[in-house]
Design a protein around this ligand. Sequence first.
Ligand code: MG
Length: 390
Amino acid sequence: MTKIKSVRTRVWNWTGKTVPPKANFCTNASDTLYERGDAMNSFRFHQWLTCEIETEDGTIGIGNAALAPGLVKQAIDQYYAPLVIGEDPFDYAYLWEKMYRRTHAWGRKGIGMVAISAVDIAIWDLMGKLVNKPVFKLLGGRTKEKIPVYYSKLYADSIPAMQEEAELAMKGNYSGYKTRFGYGPKDGAAGMRENLNRVAALREVLGYDTDLMLECYMGWNLDYTKRMLPKLEKFEPRWLEEPVIADDIHGYAELNRGPIAISGGEHEFSLMGFRQLLELKAVSVIQYDTNRVGGITAAQKINALAEAHQVPVIPHAGQMHNYHLTMASANCPMAEYFPMHDVEVGNELFYYIFEGDPVADNGYLDLDEHKPGLGLKISDKYIDQFEVTE
Ligand code: MG
């Protein structure tokens, strides 16, 4: 069997046009802190990392990561690449453990686990290409004909702008619609009213026969969320997402005993991290992102654990590394979906760097049986709008 010959990491810095941030488009973890300057800045990321792993026979697997790409690049170049070079990519479980255990002192969460994720995703893409099968076939095949997707955007804005976006989005027949809260604890009772008015306005447009998801992006706290929950109940949200910071897992557990399903996990890492969330019944929906959580090797274990607890997994952000797992797990009922749009928060960069990510059609997307690996290519379409560091 062919061996891993090289690992190439590149950071893609977007230099093209961006949509300027609007005030109060989404709360975030910095909101509760008095800060000078633009806290919203911490919410936007206009960089992405690609990790290309080549085997002796010239096959290249592509992984990616979105969090702190510059640091993740250094972690891969210095620590993780030497651990996989010379190895057989089909030893993926062994290679994962090797990366995890050799860097355990500092790598088990955060930057280290994001780096492991990028390498692991590249290895799975590589395995698929080497046996000429899509990754979802390696994971067990189709559990659904197509993947239902929910529309994710509806950042907080003026009520007419949000209603107009919702009306337009409904033409796509999505399985649900996710909005972001613009106001949190520092905005007091008046901010609560602003939040509630927007949810009411969206239900006015969407009606009650479709799911509406509510997202806080860690910008609330336990007390504020406990006061908001009873006010939100009448709007029948499918879930309330990341109300408090990722470390407050007891806060999640307390909130999840209430009337609204609490979702989270896009800032949690590895099987062990999710064991804690599941044992505490801290979330009713798991939302890992494969390119943070430990790659496909870790994500498929989390899928099994979540299934045993009967907690559905609906990964963060959509995108190919998540779709293959969603297709292959009966416990993943749908996927998040960002329609292609101008570069705004940063999630969109994925569609500018890669080609091959499926486009939703009438609320569903499909994966191609005939595209080996993840089915992604690095695109040259927007390459002149990136500054690439190697
Ligand atoms: Mg989220």
